[in-house]
Design a protein around this ligand. Structure first.
Ligand code: ARG
Ligand code: ZN
Length: 869
């Protein structure tokens, strides 16, 4: 054996936060000229650069064919600069340098969907965050370089739409059947916010007058047939504009706001200045073609991208380690917007469910990182649940602690101090502190360390002195890369209830809640602490972490009866739901008996269905097999979890018995005035149907079939289809075929057709082979891949058997073709190490075997971290 024969010396490609240095040159202005042809695109750029620190002039560039480069009007020879696969460096550049470059790029063969790429035969779009701009032209492509952009776009007239950021200042003929437009964006921006679009699209137009009196032209571009599906997005956009004026005092700053929809997009959407580019799945909404959940998502993503105009664009990030500065804050803002849109409690339930199902597992496994990481190999790998969702939770905690008014004073100060700047998380917390007058510095700890804190609490009632004592303890699992973990500030929102009457008590705790309050927030920021309530005349039931006031794992020894009590009497809808979830965790993970839960459901549901059908639909949530699996750290056996969960669902169905059919027949979404409650009714009806079907009630199949046929609403149609398909009803085949025929030309609806089949609990390798070999399956379209992979993932038993090969193959294939998506999909296997043997070793061997076969930084970094447990 020749050990020395294969000396693979991998350069360490890790980037560290501590190494941050200011750029040596800034760019005052850039003139871009983009000329698209069928077989290439020529990009000419003119950068007016100015030295601000010592050092070489560095232009980042990737996959660019350099035709020429000139400095201050003089063309450089090859000896006057150095060029490698990542950058072009000019040593000894003059302090004032006008750089002119000409490059050729190939959007027509760009499958990575990063930079400028052809999304379909008649559409070019861009995706430049975080580092895509360097695939368009040579540039100091980093967020702390802000410049004024003027963009000329030229193409054949078969592409009538030519867009870029800012105001249209010129348009005209370019000869040979070509035309051009020139756009100028008055606001300085980093290159990741640059966008351009060349295509054949239709448009929906509207307008909005801002609180400052600016009349803004609003435009949503999409395929002609999809224009009617843009109405909900357009209304959500106007609503967002108003919401940001009212809640944050922020008005829009340009005369136009454009949104372009494309079906080939790696992510949800992108906040490019004045020219958002959206995945069709996040902009098209229509009850005939998309589900209620998708409609809610469209509204929240429209708001999210709009809110970025102030939190992200006007104030941006100094470097990519600060990503959660803009994402965490913007997610918090879009969540608050959605709370106003539907019901605050249900929105919170849905957001926490996502946090617990994705962020908590991420943070307890090999991919765990702080919301602001201090190192990375590939920044694209850090658009994570931790950066986005945990980032949002940190902002929510600070806002909970400050209350509405002080939080607003803090954000006002942030906008006042930093408008037009590229800043850090420290700058944000400092501005909030200065504006509110409350020192929030300790919240920086949350940004800087990984892991979900465990919050242990104990309650003790002393009848003789009428006091109730609560003690708290916090701890974090050790992390090899982040020693020195510190206690974090944890706002604990709490209430006490009279255990006999269910009434909420007034809180009296000296020094904490001075004059007695009902809804209290206690800031626990030590390793341990104790608080004491006085004047408590009966033994209370405490409700902790109301509204999920902090992203922690709560450990409190409630009795099952106390949880059942909270399901019934807690007035915070979130904690009502949480009590049910805690009971279910105990039943499904710790073998508690189900009787108390069932009885509590029977006590709670009938009233709640009348009062708040939307919340009632969530009370029926049973944690997914995936979530339950993520709570198990070793010897995880997916089949065992599946069995227990099915048994519970069956018991619930049996216990609710004839109630299901009665409720099903009685519930009518048309009687609801509000969309959100109608949505709740539709969800409830589907739940009732699936409970009936679970017991093999053939009448359920007839009702489902009828519902499928008679409705024009996608949530109803899909809900019925699911019941038929997942229960192998006699009508399943025919109904699937019908769905295909109706929606074969509607990509988003067809995604659902793929998803339903992939998510069949009894799907097999053959099901998966059939779906991935289908003529409509397309590895070039991330949405389609995600519909099948996401469906498959709904059943961990399948993920961890034939699914393993599926994800490995995808990672291998996408490693070169689309590494951003490849890396993301591979993460489906990140908890392999928790599996019981022999599965654990089998999956590990597959992952090890993949290692030498992947090259991209994206997939390699993910795979290395996954194996490093
Ligand atoms: N900033 C975008 C958003 O949150 C997402 C961009 C994601 N890009 C990426 N390469 N991962 O709205
Ligand atoms: Zn965002």
């Amino acid at each position: 054996m020749n050990i020395a024969a294969n000396p693979v010396v991998e350069a360490d490609q890790t980037v560290y936060l501590k190494d941050y240095q200011k750029p040596s040159f800034l760019v005052d202005s850039i003139e871009l000229d983009i000329q698209a042809f069928d077989d290439r695109t020529q990009v000419n750029a003119k950068l007016a650069m100015q030295r601000q620190a010592a050092g070489d002039l560095i232009l980042l560039g990737r996959d660019l064919e350099l035709k020429s480069i000139a400095v201050n009007g003089r063309v450089l020879s090859e000896t006057e600069y150095s060029l490698d696969t990542e950058q072009l460096v000019i040593a000894n550049a003059p302090d004032q340098a006008v750089i002119e470059t000409q490059v050729i790029i190939h959007p027509e063969s760009n499958t990575q969907l990063e930079g400028l790429y052809k999304a379909s035969s008649d559409l070019f779009v861009t995706q430049n965050e975080p580092e895509g701009f360097r695939k368009i032209t040579f540039y100091p492509d980093r967020p702390d370089v802000l410049s004024v952009f003027t963009t000329r776009v030229e193409a054949d007239k078969k592409f009538p739409v030519l867009l870029a950021n800012g105001n249209l200042i010129e348009a005209g003929e370019a000869g040979e059947g070509r035309h051009y437009t020139v756009w100028q964006d008055p606001t300085k921006k980093p290159s990741y916010l640059f966008a351009c679009v060349i295509g054949d699209l239709a448009v929906m137009k509207d307008h909005y007058v801002t609180s400052e009196g600016r009349n803004v032209a609003l435009e949503i571009y999409a395929e002609e047939k999809d224009i009617p599906k843009c109405r909900i997005a357009m209304d959500a956009l106007k609503h967002s504009m108003q919401w940001d004026e009212e809640h944050y005092g922020r008005a829009y700053d340009l005369d136009n706001y454009m949104i372009v929809a494309t079906s080939a997009f790696n992510m949800g959407a992108m906040e490019n200045k004045g020219l958002n580019i959206f995945n069709t799945s996040c902009v098209l909404a229509d009850e005939e073609y998309t589900t209620d959940a998708a409609i809610m998502r469209v509204q929240s993503v429209i708001a999210h991208e709009y809110f970025h105009n102030w939190t992200g664009n006007r104030i941006t990030c100094r470097d990519w380690f600060q990503l959660c500065l803009k994402e965490g804050l913007t997610v918090f803002r879009d969540q608050s917007f959605s709370e106003d849109l539907q019901s605050a409690a249900v929105q919170r339930i849905d957001d926490v469910a996502v946090l617990k199902a994705h962020q908590f597992p991420e943070d307890s496994g090999p991919l765990s990182h702080p919301p602001r990481p201090d190192h990375f190999v590939e920044i694209n790998n850090f658009y994570t649940a931790t950066v986005y969702e945990k980032g949002a939770e940190i902002n929510r905690m600070m806002s909970t602690l400050l209350g509405k008014e002080k939080f607003r004073l803090g954000t006002d100060e942030y906008f006042k101090r930093h408008d037009g700047q590229a800043v850090t998380v420290e700058d944000w917390v400092a501005a909030l502190t200065a504006g509110s007058g409350v020192n929030l510095a300790s919240f920086l700890i949350w940004y800087n360390q990984p892991g979900t804190p465990k919050l242990e609490a104990q309650g003790e009632y002393d009848a003789a002195t009428q006091t109730y004592r609560l003690s708290f303890k916090q701890s974090l699992k050790a992390h090899p890369k982040y020693p020195n973990l510190k206690a974090v500030p944890i706002p604990v929102a709490l209430a006490l209830f009279n255990a006999e009457t269910g009434e909420q008590l007034t809180l009296n705790a000296a020094a904490l809640f001075e004059n007695g309050v009902k809804d209290g927030v206690y800031l626990f920021d030590q390793d341990q602490a104790e608080i004491e309530f006085t004047g408590v005349t009966v033994k209370p039931v405490v409700s902790l972490l109301r509204n999920f006031s902090a992203p922690v794992n709560l450990d409190f020894n409630y009795s099952d009866d106390e949880l059942a009590f909270l399901m019934q009497y807690e007035t915070n809808g979130f904690n009502q739901w949480q009590a049910a979830q805690t009971l279910l965790d105990r039943i499904l993970l710790n073998d508690h008996a189900a009787e108390i839960y069932i009885q509590a459901m029977k006590n709670t549901v009938p009233d709640l269905i009348q009062k708040d059908p939307l919340l009632a639909s969530r009370i029926f949530d049973v944690p997914s097999e995936g979530y339950l699996g993520s709570r198990i750290d070793e010897n995880y056996n997916p089949a065992e979890i599946q069995e227990k969960r099915n048994a519970l669902l069956e018991l619930l169905a049996r216990e609710f018995g004839s109630f299901c059919k009665e409720a099903y027949l009685e519930l009518d979404p048309d009687t609801q005035k509000e969309f959100s409650q109608a949505m709740g009714v539709r969800a409830l009806k589907n739940i009732m149907l699936s409970m009936m079907a679970r017991l093999g009630d053939t009448e359920a199949f007839d009702l489902a079939h009828q519902q499928y046929q008679l409705t024009g609403n996608m949530s109803e149609r899909l809900g019925a289809l699911r019941v038929l398909v997942w229960n192998d009803a006699p009508q399943a085949k025919e109904t699937l075929a019908d769905f295909y025929d109706r929606f074969k030309d509607e990509a988003l609806s067809l995604d659902q057709w793929f998803m339903v089949q992939a998510a069949h609990p009894k799907a097999t390798a053959a099901t998966l082979a059939y779906l991935t070999a289908h003529a409509d399956y397309d590895l070039g379209v991330p949405n389609r891949i995600r519909s099948v992979s996401g469906g498959l993932n709904a059943n961990p038993v399948n993920t961890w058997s034939f699914g393993v090969q599926h994800f490995i193959n995808l990672a291998k294939y996408l490693d070169e073709k689309n590494p951003i998506v490849g890396s993301r999909l591979l993460q489906a296997l990140s908890r392999w190490y928790t599996l019981a043997e022999p599965q654990r070793s089998a999956v590990k061997a597959e992952l090890e075997a993949l290692k030498p076969q992947v090259k991209s930084k994206n997939v390699s970094e993910t795979l290395n971290s996954m194996l490093n447990v």
